[in-house]
Design a protein around this ligand. Structure first.
Ligand SMILES: [Zn+2]
Length: 159
């Protein structure tokens, strides 16, 4: 099936194999930029709060998803700690190549906030991870941070 062919039955849909060269630049947006630069400079997570809805967004957002209120006056720094909300173990990388050691990826929620960060867990075995486990970020040293989410190396269990 060529790309321009149309199918009327989704059961007959197929896929196309090949490579599409893409050049792009990801922008984090105003709130995302502040979030990443604060992580770089202070090693903390930046959140914003909607005073009307009482919702705190982490990572920070410039508007409330519920009422669309502007939140740019409500930035608040939070410690880079949270708890495991969901977890999965990856035995292959994104290209499908088998890993020597599986990686543990978790959704980390920060207390009292909505949203969260998808990131690696470290310094533990997959069988030790529990939902609700308290974790904290292991950061790159202050002088080596570049303003990327990878300034957090991984999250490790607290204590
Ligand atoms: Zn709101």
């Amino acid at each position: 099936m060529a790309l321009v062919q149309r199918t009327d039955n989704t059961l007959h849909a197929t896929h196309w194999q090949g490579a599409i060269p893409l050049n792009y630049r990801y922008t984090a947006g105003r709130a995302g930029q502040k979030f990443l630069m604060h992580l770089k400079d202070k090693g903390e997570l930046l959140a914003t709060t909607c005073n009307d809805c009482g919702v705190t967004y982490m990572p920070a957002a410039i508007f409330c998803e519920r009422c669309l209120a502007r939140l740019e006056d409500t930035y608040e720094a939070l410690p880079a700690r949270g708890e495991v909300h969901a977890v999965t173990v990856c035995h292959e990388d994104y290209r499908g190549t088998r890993r020597d050691e599986p990686s543990i990826v978790a959704m980390i929620r920060v207390d009292g906030t909505e949203g969260g960060l998808l990131h690696w867990l470290g310094e533990l075995e997959a069988k030790e991870v529990t939902i609700g486990m308290k974790v904290e970020a292991v950061l790159e040293p202050a002088g080596k941070r570049v303003g990327s989410i990878l300034d957090i190396r991984y999250f490790k269990p607290v204590g």
